[in-house]
Design a protein around this ligand. Structure first.
Ligand SMILES: Nc1ncnc2c1ncn2[C@@H]1O[C@H](COP(=O)(O)OP(=O)(O)OP(=O)(O)O)[C@@H](O)[C@H]1O
Length: 342
């Protein structure tokens, strides 16, 4: 992206529509800052993920998207900020403040459970809070079968069922039941991802698109409350992208799992997202529905990566509210059919 040296004056945007991310957030990120030495990768970032929503985190290369994921999933300890996850509705801000003051990591209250992720290890964030993630580069166990990959994902649940003893080897009833449930869950996800006929093949033998779906199946086998997907559509052909959209919609509609995804494919983002958060240089520049975000001049300017000599002309178009003209001026093809692209 070219450097943006000019100030783009945003045109007024209509009053925001009500959104689940405001009324019933599952994840709330507040004043998150992440510094690497002198580099400020994330700068005072606040946003929410609505329960039952597909939320996309988008922005140009280097905007800080993966760093946000790494903070939410415990791979990085944020320099500053609070990251709270609510299991169950109706957990009040008073409860959140009480947990923050107590210095603890989690609190059962208001019929649900609240977690402060910035205080937890990555292991606890996955196993206790219920946050699952996939990576930009596929990280399956390539030598294991597709089915085994889904069982390994449930290993910790099985260990807990064995009481962390040799109960598993002895075939204790509790362990046997947990093992059967794990197998049933794996088969169910193989069906949902159309991978049942590949169950006994090594994961490495699957096509790229199948491996991406297997990663999502593996994450879903842990029953997450929040599923974080890092560029799930990367490298997919149009048919595979369409299948991915279907899969993500079915996760949203049929499970108690909210989705936060990083994605560069604007076709996927605009089609499936209930809510989009846009970053540039570690700061939030826009936050709203697809319709709100894709006509936001700040987003267009950031994405077009306007060259210095074109800034004034593009700015003038944006000031007039002529989004299409700004895009034409910058000689960039819109990514989204029928309108301006984010
Ligand atoms: N571990 C690290 N140490 C130092 N700098 C880092 C580290 N991780 C990320 N950064 C820097 O933080 C900034 C944001 O990087 P990040 O990977 O989060 O961006 P991104 O939006 O995910 O980019 P992309 O779309 O290219 O994946 C970049 O300048 C990057 O070089």
């Amino acid at each position: 992206m070219a450097a943006m040296t000019s100030t783009i004056h945003p045109t007024p945007i209509a009053a925001p529509l009500p959104g689940r991310w405001r009324e019933d957030p599952v994840l709330t990120v507040e004043h998150l800052t992440m510094r690497f030495g002198g580099l400020v990768a994330i700068n005072d970032l606040s946003f929410s993920v609505g329960r039952g929503d597909i939320t996309a985190l988008i922005g140009p290369n280097g905007a800080g998207k993966t760093t946000v994921f790494n903070c939410v999933t415990g791979f990085y300890k944020p320099t500053e900020g609070r990251i709270s996850l609510r299991r169950g509705r109706g957990i009040s801000s008073a409860t959140l403040d009480a947990l923050t003051k107590s210095g603890g990591q989690s609190l059962k209250a208001d019929g649900g459970e609240l977690f402060l992720l910035e205080r937890m290890t990555d292991f606890k964030i996955t196993e206790v809070a219920g946050v699952a993630r996939t990576f930009q580069n596929i990280r399956l166990f390539g030598g294991m079968t597709v089915f085994e990959n889904l069982l390994v994902a449930q290993h910790n649940k099985l260990m807990a069922a064995s009481g962390f003893t040799i109960g598993g080897l002895l075939g204790l009833p509790g362990y046997r039941r947990a093992k059967e449930a794990a197998q049933d869950r794996a088969v169910d996800w193989l069906r949902r991802t159309a991978l049942l006929d590949r169950a006994d093949d090594p994961a490495a033998d699957l096509s790229y698109g199948d491996q991406r779906r297997l990663e999502i199946a593996r994450a879903m086998c842990t029953d997450p409350v929040l599923l974080c997907l890092d560029e799930p559509a990367a490298g997919l052909n149009p048919r595979e992208s369409a299948e991915l959209n279907e899969l993500l919609r079915s996760v949203r509609d049929q499970f108690d799992t909210s989705i936060l995804l990083i994605e560069h494919d604007m076709g996927v983002v605009m089609e499936i997202s209930d809510h989009i958060v846009v970053l540039d240089y570690g700061k939030k520049i826009s936050d709203g529905t697809a319709a709100e975000v894709k006509s936001d001049p700040r987003v267009i300017a950031a994405y077009l990566g306007v060259d210095d000599e074109e800034v004034e002309a593009v700015e003038a178009k944006l000031d007039e509210g002529d989004v299409e003209g700004a895009i034409a001026q910058a000689h960039v093809e819109p990514h989204v059919e029928g309108g301006a692209s984010a």
